[in-house]
Design a protein around this ligand. Structure first.
Ligand SMILES: NC(=O)c1ccc[n+]([C@@H]2O[C@H](COP(=O)([O-])OP(=O)(O)OC[C@H]3O[C@@H](n4cnc5c(N)ncnc54)[C@H](O)[C@@H]3O)[C@@H](O)[C@H]2O)c1
Length: 254
């Protein structure tokens, strides 16, 4: 898919792997300058170097997105290094265990909420400040999930965190609708990344079960989601804000 983001500064969390990694690659190919952010500094630094070697402008900042002061630092570093922030993709997330609520470990519950939900609020809080300071223009994409619309039985913490991401996206988009800042959420079904491979290792029978639940009878790819994110940030979508858009091979329609 051909989109151009020449000289636009794009900040992506969870950029060391999976959907975030592929989204960064697509933005780089479309001419953007990349600020990669992740808790995994080894992979993140390597990825930034690879992009630089290929002639792209890229840098890496280590962040634990569950920590507000680290998210603030991530945005500050982006402005320090590249001078502005045009697009932010709040993508970092964790799956959490698939265990019924009565048996769920409470510390793990708090971690899932902190990494998937609090992070998006912290992200938007500091990203909006930066975008407003530069004239009120920009795009924020929050990576939610189909689980933000339909529950995953056995994973109420993940389900709750992604419902919250969609709610925050809509409320915040309305607050800033009169500016030129658009805020949207993407809602993928199962995408074959490490997050999903981990489920198949733990529960091998899930692979066929989950596949059969998708009308198109295939899992999504990180490229599918990256394409959706670039499209939403492009001028083709200049009248779209406050939306939670599925990318699910027809699952939500079934
Ligand atoms: N894979 C799927 O099927 C699927 C479906 C719907 C939504 N999503 C969402 O997409 C996003 C990306 O998932 P993915 O499948 O690419 O996962 P992934 O595990 O492949 O990659 C996640 C990345 O986030 C980073 N990360 C984890 N915790 C972090 C933290 N506290 N601070 C900073 N970085 C952190 C990891 O190091 C990793 O690089 C997540 O928000 C996930 O919930 C994934």
């Amino acid at each position: 898919m051909q989109f151009q983001f020449n000289d636009q500064v794009v900040l992506i969390t969870g950029a060391s792997a999976g959907i975030g990694h592929q989204t960064a690659l697509q933005f780089a190919k479309a001419g953007a300058t990349l600020m990669l952010a992740d808790i995994d500094a080894t992979k993140g630094e390597k990825f930034a170097q690879e992009l630089q070697t290929q002639g792209h402008k890229a840098s890496f900042v280590r962040v634990d997105v569950s920590q507000a002061h680290e998210v603030e630092n991530m945005v500050k570093k982006t402005i320090e290094i590249f001078g502005k922030l045009d697009i932010a993709v709040n993508n970092a997330g964790i799956g959490g265990s698939i265990i019924p609520t009565a048996e769920y470990n409470l510390e793990e519950y708090q971690r899932v909420i902190a990494v998937n939900q609090n992070s998006v609020f912290y992200g938007m809080h500091f990203q909006l400040k930066a975008m407003l300071a530069q004239g009120g223009k920009g795009n924020i994409i929050n990576v939610a999930s189909l689980a933000g619309m339909r529950p995953i039985k056995g994973n109420s913490p993940y389900t709750a965190s992604k419902h919250a991401v969609i709610g925050m996206t809509k409320a915040t988009a309305l607050e800033y609708a009169r500016t030129q800042i658009r805020i949207n959420a993407v809602c993928p079904v199962y995408i074959r990344t490490q997050m999903v491979e981990n489920i198949f290792v733990e529960k091998p029978d899930f692979e066929q079960k989950l596949l059969q639940s998708i009308p198109m009878k295939r899992f999504g790819t990180p490229e599918d989601v990256a394409n959706q994110i670039l499209w939403l940030c492009s001028d083709a979508c200049s009248f779209i804000t406050g939306q939670a858009i599925t990318i699910d091979g027809g699952t939500n329609a079934s």
